[in-house]
Design a protein around this ligand. Structure first.
Ligand code: C2E
Ligand code: CA
Ligand code: CA
Length: 685
């Protein structure tokens, strides 16, 4: 054990082995301190040991000698938070000639003793910054004071007392750790307007709380800052006490949640609920706004033909294009599927606006070229103008939707502006739907029958069942007036079911009477996909007196689009049960001659429009007749009204004719008498 020397701590041989310390301190400079009553010592922050201590300090530390005290390894039991705090002090000493006061608790003889210690920087000879410590007096040992002082020291909440000109008077360790050197109240704020706002609110109310962005050594953070005016206990002057916590993670999570809640996941544009909220906030605005509703024409076909990924890509690209064609402040939202809405707040002059919309329309309908395919996409649009504060969101959206519907009805790929007439038409449609629901419940539908005449024999060999609505006020309503509405609303499944039942009953009846008449029943596309259809067909086919081959189902070409395999399987099943299949309105749809041969078809019905255009349409009709022969299907010419039309077919290889020339569709008994009359006529046609 070496003795204490006055000039060099390296003389103490009890220091841990290998930690050779160079001459760090000029001990002679401390000559005066030996006689001081107050405890004074120098702490080596990097070396974690005491380099100098006067007698009073040795007593405080309960060391037998200065050498013994200086040989202690004070880093051994030091917690990381204390180590960090000391490091922070060191940085502060280097940055400025700061001094700190800290209540400091020692445990001599296990009795807590609190002293106020004043810390200041002390540069060592090797350039490192040490800490000169002076115990300025024993603190009031009230447990309350001790605990509050400790709490202040160890809390993660950052606390700073600023003078009114923004300089820090006191910072607790947490605040000091997070603050850059030379921080002031003003320099904390990343956004100077937040600083101004805080000062303004403090001026007004004396307190303020805000969430703001703050520059810290670790980068920009979000702080929840509470500030209030108070008196500085040391000077009695008004000061500003601020407490703040880092809420960056919370804020980021909340912002992200808010972002997600307002956005459509696929396209990144806004969603319906955000649009709705935005519309409700518009009420304070004056001026005219507009809502544009649009969707992709036949989007389902894009999905069916090119796959859902392509469909998604088209939607994303549409949003991109729309964004490029509208103003920054115009809001685009996706309502779902392929439906979008653009909200134009405060529309420009009529002329400018119409140019803008044309540009938008033009952009959206440019062909899409991807590596896989080139797609021609068109859109239908509906526009509604409104003044904020007037109609509710749903009403405005509905008006735009009505206008969009009108665009679809008029052939798609266009823009329609909402107007009163459109509104009235929509009301009438709604009314019709209500009445149709009642009609389904009360079974107000009935069938009329139109004869189909065999061209060779001139006899009625079949009939088509055509539905009529026996409306309680309007009398007999024709299918063109209500079938489209049934298709749209889905009611067609129930109406079709009633028609099918009535038709089958009639066919069973005719077979029982031995009339030898085939009956064809119309099946709508939607009904064809309804599971109930197969059930009903199977039930009738299972009956012992089922008139096999005497019931024909008329489907349209657009039923044959989509999953061809599944459609073929279904048609095979129907044929196997003993039903015939006819293609109605042939030539109007998309079917081409090559793929129609995949399906088990018994009959092709040539659309009325070809018959009407004879003889000009002659080549097409002949082509259809040839094709039908090739696939082994019979043919029916529809809508034959005149002797000339009939004669044209007599010379062709056509199986049957149907049309007003023979008879209009008639109620059951009237039809039967017409059929009887035709069949009793002596000569074939
Ligand atoms: P469709 O299946 O093509 O039926 C033939 C339509 O042409 C019938 O009109 C018939 O009255 C009409 N027609 C027949 N011969 C002539 C003619 O010589 N000249 C003219 N101008 N027209 C003629 P209807 O009964 O008004 O039916 C119209 C459409 O309504 C039908 O066209 C069919 O698409 C649909 N429809 C009728 N009944 C039903 C049904 O029970 N279910 C379904 N899903 N649709 C039906
Ligand atoms: Ca038909
Ligand atoms: Ca037809």
């Amino acid at each position: 054990m070496s003795t204490q020397t006055k000039d060099n701590v390296t003389a103490f041989s009890t220091r841990p082995k290998g930690a050779r310390v160079a001459r760090k301190i000029d001990r002679e400079a401390f000559g005066f301190a030996y006689s001081l009553q107050t405890p004074v010592w120098v702490y080596d922050i990097d070396g974690r040991c005491i380099l100098f201590a006067n007698a009073s300090a040795c007593r405080l530390w309960q060391a037998s000698t200065e050498a013994e005290l200086c040989s202690r390894d004070l880093g051994k039991d030091m917690s990381t938070s204390v180590a960090e705090r000391l490091k922070q002090y060191q940085n502060d000493f280097i940055a400025s000639d700061a001094t700190f006061n800290e209540m400091w608790t020692l445990y001599p003889d296990n009795v807590p003793t609190s002293v106020m210690v004043n810390y200041s920087g002390y540069p060592l000879q090797n350039g490192q910054m040490a800490m000169l410590c002076e115990a300025t007096g024993y603190a009031d040992d009230q447990p309350e004071n001790l605990r509050s002082a400790e709490a202040l020291l160890h809390t993660d909440v950052m606390i700073t007392l600023f003078s009114l000109d923004g300089k820090p008077l006191y910072m607790n360790p947490a605040a000091r750790k997070a603050a850059p050197a030379g921080v002031t109240l003003g320099s904390m704020f990343a956004d100077p307007t937040d600083h101004e706002l805080l000062l303004y609110e403090l001026q007004k109310n004396g307190v303020h709380r805000m969430i703001t962005r703050v520059s810290t050594p670790a980068g920009l953070c979000w702080y929840d800052v509470s500030a209030k005016h108070c008196l500085d206990a040391a000077t009695g002057k008004t000061a500003l006490l601020t407490t703040y916590i880092d809420v960056s993670e919370l804020k980021d999570a909340r912002d992200r949640a808010r972002y997600l809640a307002s956005r459509d996941q696929l396209t990144g544009c806004y969603n319906r609920s955000f649009l709705q909220q935005r519309m409700s906030e518009l009420t304070l605005m004056s001026g005219q706004c507009a809502l544009l509703y649009f969707d992709v024409d036949r989007f389902k076909q894009i999905n069916d033909r090119f796959g859902h990924e392509m469909g998604d890509l088209v939607l994303k690209m549409l949003v991109e294009r729309a964004r490029g064609a509208i103003r920054k402040k115009d809001l685009i939202a996706r309502l779902g599927g392929d439906e979008f809405v653009i909200l134009f707040e405060d529309t420009p002059s009529a002329e400018e606006f119409s140019t803008q919309i044309s540009r938008l329309f033009n952009q959206l309908t440019q062909p899409f070229e991807t590596a896989a395919a080139k797609l021609n996409v068109t859109v239908s649009m509906g526009m509604s103008f409104f003044h904020p504060g007037g109609n509710a969101f749903d009403d405005i959206l509905r008006e735009a939707d009505i206008a969009l519907y009108a665009s679809k009805q008029a052939g798609r790929n266009r823009l329609t502006y909402f107007c009163e007439e459109l509104g009235n038409a929509a009301k009438a449609r709604d009314q019709l739907e209500i009445e149709l629901k009642r009609a389904v419940e009360q079974q107000q539908f009935t069938l009329h029958y139109q004869p189909r005449v065999d061209l060779k024999s001139g006899k009625v060999v079949a009939a088509e069942a055509l539905v009529r609505w026996n409306h309680p006020d309007r009398g007999l309503v024709m299918p063109n007036e209500f079938i489209p509405s049934c298709e749209e609303s889905g009611l067609i499944e129930q109406v079709g079911q009633q028609v099918l039942t009535m038709g089958c009953e009639t066919a069973f009846d005719w077979a029982r009477q031995g009339l030898g008449l085939q009956l064809s029943i119309n099946i709508s596309p939607r009904q064809f996909n309804d599971a109930k259809l197969m059930e009903t067909l199977a039930a009738y086919a299972g009956a012992p007196d089922f008139p096999k081959g005497q019931i024909e189902l008329e489907i349209t070409e657009n039923v044959l689009i989509g999953d061809l395999e599944a459609i073929a399987i279904k048609l095979e099943a129907i044929t196997k049960m003993g039903y015939q299949i006819a293609i109605d309105d042939f030539g109007m749809g998309y079917s081409n001659l090559s793929y129609i041969s995949r399906f088990p078809l018994n009959c092709i019905k040539i659309d009325r429009s070809f018959v009407q255009q004879l003889p000009k349409s002659g080549p097409i009709v002949r082509l259809i007749l040839t094709m039908a022969r090739q696939i082994g299907a019979s043919t029916v010419a529809e809508g034959v009204e005149t002797k000339e039309q009939l004669d044209w077919f007599v010379g062709q290889d056509c199986t049957q004719v149907q049309g007003y020339f023979f008879s209009k569709p008639k109620p059951h008994d009237a039809f039967l008498s017409v059929a009887r009359q035709i069949n009793s006529e002596p000569q074939p046609v």
